[in-house]
Ligand binder design. Sequence first.
Ligand code: PHE
Length: 456
Amino acid sequence: MEHAASRGGFSGKMGFILAAAGSAVGLGNLWRFPYLAEQYGGGIFLLVYLILVIVCGVSLMITELAIGRRTGKSCIDAFLDLGERNKYVGWFIALIPIIILPYYCVIGGWVTKYFVEYAIGAGSDLASGSYFNDFMSASMGGVFDSPLTWFLIYALLTILVVAFSVEKGVERVSKFMMPALLILLVGMCVYMLTLPGIMDGLGFYLVPNFDDFSMKTVLGAMGQLFYSLSLAMGIMITYGSYMRKHVNIERSSQTICLMDTSVAFLSGLMIVPAVVIFSDVGLSSGPGLMFNTMPLVFDSMPAGHIIGAAFFLLAMFAALTSSISLAETVVSIFKDRWKWKRLIACGACFAIMICLGVLSVFGYGPLSGIQPLGMAFLDFFDFITNSVMMPISALAICLIVGYIIKPRFIIEEIEAEGNRFQMARIYPVMVKVVCPIFMAVVLVTGLLSYFGIYSI
Ligand code: PHE
């Protein structure tokens, strides 16, 4: 996404959708969605999430893509274009990928480590139950047993791709990897359905239990929505700026949301019921869920180590396309704002990745004594971006579009070149009333109930 002079870089509808889906589908779907679903009551979380995708997700994606295409600029400059007063919003939004990227690479490192273990035939060691915790707390000695090493390898991989502009190559490979991931996920879900005792787990994941409903669930689901769809952090604005005029923004947004949500649903189906099946092992939930559960599943199946290697390789690719898009955004902020050369901007981005990433790596080990807001560093960065900054940024985007630049600005862009905007009638209501009220209520009550001040 280098050539600002020739914006309109995506060759057509499919090229654009694949690139945006590459950014959207990643660890958010495979790692984050299942652990949140397990943590926040299974079926009720799934239901709330699906409602949020339909009510807020599609409208927000349409809005961001249209802002990007209409202004032809990336986040900070796009907001400057919409009025000097909005400049701080652009800066606030730009901060989000800067905080997410480092800890994303930490988890990317865990995936890389797991892939390598399976690839060298040591996969069955991972199914020991305590493996992940030992690994995270870096208590296993050797260089290649330390999560720091794997974080550095993954972070370096990400930044090298961006520094040497070989994203196109990665995109070409991921064109095959994405469908392969989807097929593997479906296959794994079918396998899971054959396991004895699956029914209880399935019920937990698919049937909402309204007793488990709380505003914390909605806050969690809303943060996940932004994270998974790469919304509320300026990324889709940048993608929109490269989109050709004839491409239908509404239809593309619906397709991306559908693809992303399907992958999240399937990984939930693969992981969440397994927690019930393997409950005798005493799986710990939370961020380690995928890394604790999947080795047990692979261990239980024929040729599990090969399938395990394939799964973690595909997960690594899905993660890479996302972390590349995050790094790309951070680098372009430095380049556009301060006119830094690409390599210098990449160097600065890498320095930030290392500083914040090291905190996240050691937050579960040597630094576990320091707990901002009572959380380990990685959970803290995740919480502060997803549950606080992103709802605020999405709210600001809706208010700016709804009341300052007005919904017409977006509608005209979507209807460019004779495209039909089916939601044209309800869009202004969504962006002016429904989304902002929803987000403000969820943000305030969610935070209050998170900290135990008030709960519904
Ligand atoms: N959406 C990506 C995922 O689900 C994460 C991501 C967030 C990527 C923000 C880019 C920007 O993993």
